[in-house]
Design a protein around this ligand. Structure first.
Ligand SMILES: Nc1ncnc2c1ncn2[C@@H]1O[C@H](COP(=O)(O)OP(=O)(O)OP(=O)(O)O)[C@@H](O)[C@H]1O
Ligand code: SF4
Length: 287
């Protein structure tokens, strides 16, 4: 057992009666569930999750984020709720709200760690058990969208997420890549994972695609660009759009600020907004 003891109580407590009797109960009022996946770490999966949530919130939606990236839970930091605590109610965990209007609800393993910098070094079966409880035991209430930030790659943890959500109406997955990562095959493996598990792919996002200059807003292609779109064409998967590498976005994430509110005229905002529109229309078409 590592640092998950402090706030959550003992490990046994995880397995105790907190688990809701009816697994479906806590997700019953969630309209759309979207998974965010990436073939490898550091490509901006949590960034895209956070900005999707903020953009949906500004579009008037009520959003939840479930951060199941057990080894690197960065959502609490990006939404400036790192010091908040989760509480329990009869239905399970009460999520943390990231804004006073309570339109962004967050649940992350980060809230349960004694020290936010601790890592979860559990073996696979324990991790998958925790993920299953996470999926069923958060009292989300009514949500328009639940966005699930997953760990990088394809592992037992991903299978646990997909299996736990089966039957709850998952709309599909957003796959995040960078121009360089496209060539490594990780994204193709992610596509194969989705196909094998029957998870619909809402589309691919190419993140860090060019550099958005904070001075003149010019976008410069430092690395190759367009690989994500090309891959989408080759694999028959929708392409959702490109998000540039934007220093204003990275400092906003670092400070836990709301980039969408602070830079509504930026090219990066337009790019994110376009992606959100496509996710919303893709999510509206249930298979
Ligand atoms: N488009 C972007 N512009 C500027 N900075 C970005 C952009 N996308 C991501 N970053 C920065 O890159 C770093 C990695 O991003 P992030 O944590 O979202 O990646 P990740 O894929 O979730 O990584 P992991 O799964 O390994 O935790 C962060 O510091 C983030 O601020
Ligand atoms: S894009 Fe290049 S030339 Fe334009 S302001 Fe930025 S650094 Fe200067």
């Amino acid at each position: 057992m590592n640092g998950v003891a402090g706030r959550a109580g003992s490990e046994d407590k995880w397995n105790s009666s907190m688990a809701s009797e009816e697994g479906k109960g806590n997700l019953a009022l969630v309209q759309h569930i979207v998974l965010v996946l990436s073939g490898k770490g550091g490509v901006g999966k949590s960034t895209i999750t956070t900005e999707l949530a903020l953009a949906l919130r500004h579009a008037g939606k009520k959003v939840g984020i479930l951060d199941v990236d057990l080894c690197g839970p960065s959502i609490p930091h990006m939404l400036n709720v790192r010091s908040k605590h989760v509480h329990q109610c009869d239905a399970g965990w009460v999520p943390v709200y990231a804004n006073p209007e309570q339109t962004i609800a967050v649940m992350s393993i980060g809230f349960l760690l004694e020290n936010p910098d601790d890592a979860v070094v559990w073996r696979g079966p324990k991790k998958t058990a925790l993920i299953k409880q996470f999926v069923s035991d958060v009292a989300w209430g009514k949500l328009d969208y639940l966005i699930v930030d997953t760990p990088p790659g394809t592992s037992d943890e991903h299978l646990a997420v997909v299996e736990s959500l089966r039957g709850h109406g998952v709309e599909g997955a957003v796959l995040v890549t960078t121009p360089q990562a496209v060539s490594t095959g990780d994204v193709r493996r992610e596509i194969t994972f989705c196909k094998k598990t029957g998870l619909r792919i809402l589309g691919i996002v190419e993140n860090m695609s060019g550099f958005a200059c904070p001075h003149c807003s010019e976008c410069t292609n430092i690395f190759s660009k367009g690989g994500g779109e090309e891959l989408a064409k080759q694999t028959g998967v929708p392409f959702l759009g490109c998000v540039p590498l934007d220093p204003q976005l990275s400092s906003s994430l670092e400070e836990g600020g709301d980039f969408i509110q602070a830079f509504p005229l930026s090219a990066t905002f337009s790019a994110i907004n376009e992606i959100v529109q496509k996710v919303m229309s893709g999510a509206a078409v249930r298979q």
